[in-house]
Design a protein around this ligand. Structure first.
Ligand SMILES: [Zn+2]
Length: 349
């Protein structure tokens, strides 16, 4: 429960109530009400035990002062398991599945191994990403394409997609990586639509992590720009740094990069069917969002939002669909060569 010293329930506060849905794994409901003169109460009904953390963010861009309440569950809910359980529940309601067996009778590993692809729509919230000349924002384009790709993947047999963000909000880069690791993702695909100083820069590119140096000057420039996102929210990045220091030493990173390049090549080839390619091969740079040591990860620059022609196409639904399908085709090709293994794609390498 939060008590805010304010006389009015602002539209933003009032809107909050509708933003929590029953599917939320942690929050049952949210109520906002005037409690006594000068005090507005925000009450959260929780489904699990949580550890709350409160901090403030200074105004940036179009955003004013913000109060951020993070709730961390003391016991994590696995979003994938939650998703499967939800589907089972729905099927049961439609009488397509027999009534639930008692837990002790439930056979272990009754669910077939699904490949989990985490889709990461770049930027969000106070980090709008690149801006097109016609006013399009990268954060909106990446979310739209990300949602399209999720729908396509979910329709594939044996594949399941999880989005790192499904709305317009800020998400630090290390949280995106953590989310992928929590659902034990087989692949991680970050989606972007970037800008360059020259408006005639064009075409799609695919990036994998580089352990050493960026393969080109432009790749280094871009990596610096994408990594800046973590400075925007002013969130303490200590955890991330320790995490990275440890994991970067891990030899599994090398094997993961090798698989990231294979995935990247498949995706780049398919993107070449729907757009010119900015570079004929997968580039490598030090993107923080690609640093999961055990999940093959790529960053796709779908097109240049700074190129007026490409910006127009990025806003076209048909073209967004073509891009999403090209990425899906690349993922499918990767899996035909490297099917998901029992404990993640690299467990037996
Ligand atoms: Zn970007």
């Amino acid at each position: 429960m939060l008590e805010l010293e304010t006389t009015e329930i602002s539209p933003a506060l009032a809107e909050l109530q509708g933003k929590v849905t029953v599917e939320d794994p942690y929050v049952q409901g949210l109520r906002v009400a005037r409690n006594r003169p000068g005090i507005v109460r925000v009450v959260l009904d929780l489904k699990t035990e949580v550890k709350p953390q409160v901090f403030t963010l200074k105004p940036i861009g179009e955003y004013g002062h913000r109060l951020v309440l993070d709730i961390y569950p003391t016991v994590e809910v696995d979003p994938l398991i939650a998703l499967i359980e939800k589907e089972e529940r729905e099927l049961r309601e439609k009488k397509l599945l027999p009534p639930q067996i008692k837990p002790e009778e439930k056979p272990k590993a009754s669910v077939a191994r699904l490949a989990t692809i985490v889709i990461d729509p770049g930027h969000g919230g106070e980090d709008p990403g690149a801006l097109g000349r016609r006013g399009s924002r990268e954060k909106h384009i990446t979310l739209t394409i990300g949602k399209r790709l999720k729908a396509l993947i979910d329709a594939e047999p044996g594949m399941r997609a999880v989005l790192t963000r499904d709305g317009d909000y800020y998400l630090p880069l290390h949280v995106r990586v953590d989310k992928a690791r929590k659902v034990r993702a087989d692949l991680f695909v970050s989606i972007h639509a970037d800008a360059f100083i020259r408006p005639n820069a064009r075409g799609s590119s695919v990036f994998a992590l580089s352990e050493k140096r960026a393969t080109s000057e432009a790749a280094r420039w871009l990596a610096n720009k994408e990594n800046d996102a973590d400075l925007i929210g002013g969130v303490n990045l200590d955890v991330k740094d320790k995490y990275l220091a440890q994991t970067l030493l891990d030899l599994s990173q090398t094997a993961t990069i090798d698989h990231s390049l294979r995935l990247g090549n498949s995706v780049l080839k398919k993107l070449g069917g729907v757009n010119t390619l900015h570079k004929p091969r997968v580039e490598q740079a030090s993107f923080a969002v690609l640093k999961a040591p055990d999940i093959p990860s790529i960053l796709v620059e779908t097109a240049f939002i700074s190129n007026p022609e490409e910006e127009k196409r990025l806003n076209d639904e048909g073209y967004q669909d073509q891009l999403a399908r090209a990425i899906l085709d690349g993922i499918r090709e990767y899996f035909t060569k490297h099917p998901p293994r029992p404990h993640g794609p690299l467990a037996q390498n």
